[in-house]
Design a protein around this ligand. Structure first.
Ligand code: AHG
Ligand code: MN
Ligand code: MN
Length: 333
């Protein structure tokens, strides 16, 4: 939200913290959500601080291990995972956590009778950016109960923390999308983006085009279409790719356009994980007026079969996603 001009004076919007924003929603579970989000926020602050000094305290580089997904594990992946798990455990409200960095869902025994939420998260999204001081994020998704495998439509809240020039949390609790910037000197997440809406159509596409020759023909034709020249449809589109879903989705949310991580010859289900990447981002995109699809079906209604299930992801402005689906289905060529 930009500055407000009143009677010739420029005023900044009235400050409201993340916690007050959630409490003011008036929902019956507002107090629970305030506790969960306060603890996610504190994990985010601790992670932001560690990222800022990682090169000075030997926290860059890999552990030498490979995770359950067959990916190289960075030191900060493991460290940040422990921070988020412990922050969730301390709420007393979380029965189960599902993380990219843990082979299986973890039952939090300390929780006891108050436990009524499952939290799925990606502690460090975009870890390939860690060693080059690039943008990374934390993605989270909150559902009721203790069942680790629930569809995106069961989400109570979802969001991400983006560690960029500023640290920013973007959140939906099912009533639109808001952004909260961490005030570095006050240590509070304060609402800076009220009711984010994604434009119906954009002019930017975001995809790892190095995989072009491995994509199915419909995806290839769609990306070739975006690169074509036509003033009426705003083409060619501009290409942007950070390689952190958080950063690429955040730009898409604010400026419009499309992000794709399609299936390819080596990855029949794409790369991104349903529970803690695609579903939370899908919830956010839809709540901002956009769409999230595999290219063939809506992300939010997919029933997960396993905690680390992967799905192709096509997400962003609703008109751009619809057109991508037309190309993938062969309705457009
Ligand atoms: P993570 O670091 O949590 O494993 O996620 C990486 C994901 C996502 O952030 C990003 O959009 C994508 O992988 C990038 O993959 P490529 O390097 O294959 O483009
Ligand atoms: Mn990730
Ligand atoms: Mn990760």
């Amino acid at each position: 939200m930009g500055p407000v001009v009143t009677a010739g004076r420029v005023m900044t919007p009235a400050p409201i913290t993340l916690v007050e924003h959630v409490k003011k929603s008036g929902r019956p579970d507002a107090d629970d959500l305030a506790v969960l989000l306060t603890q996610i926020a504190v994990a985010g602050k601790i992670i932001a601080r560690e990222l800022a000094r990682a090169a000075l305290v030997g926290q860059l580089g890999t552990t030498g291990e490979t995770n359950v997904q067959g990916e190289t594990v960075k030191k900060l992946d493991v460290w940040a995972n422990a921070v988020v798990v412990r922050a969730m455990e301390e709420t007393g409200l979380v029965t189960t956590v599902v993380s990219e960095e843990m082979d299986a869902p973890l039952r939090l025994t300390k929780t006891g009778a108050r436990g009524r939420y499952v939290v799925c998260f990606d502690p460090v999204d975009g870890s390939s950016n860690l060693d080059v001081n690039g943008i990374v994020g934390t993605i989270f998704s909150i559902r009721h109960g203790s069942d680790a495998e629930q569809p995106g439509t069961a989400q109570v809240a979802a969001g991400y923390i983006m560690y960029g020039p500023s640290t920013l949390m973007v959140l939906t609790t099912g009533d639109g999308v808001d952004g909260f910037t961490l005030g570095p000197t006050i240590g509070e997440f304060v609402r800076s983006h009220h009711r984010i809406r994604i434009p119906a159509r954009g002019r930017i596409y975001s995809v790892n085009e190095g995989n072009f020759s491995k994509w199915e023909p419909g995806v290839q034709r769609y990306v070739e279409y975006l690169r074509g020249m036509d003033r009426a449809t705003g083409r060619p589109y501009t290409a942007r790719y950070v390689g952190s879903l958080v950063a690429d989705l955040h730009r898409t949310l604010l400026e419009g356009g499309i992000y794709l991580y399609p299936a390819d010859a080596g990855k029949s289900d794409g790369k991104l994980r349903l529970q803690y990447e695609a579903a939370p981002m899908g919830f956010i995109a839809e709540q901002a007026g956009g769409s999230a699809s595999t290219g063939r079906e809506r992300i939010m209604t997919i029933e997960p079969a396993t905690p680390h299930q992967r799905v192709p992801l096509v997400i962003g402005s609703s008109e751009d996603v619809a057109l991508a689906e037309d190309f993938i289905a062969g309705r457009r060529r």
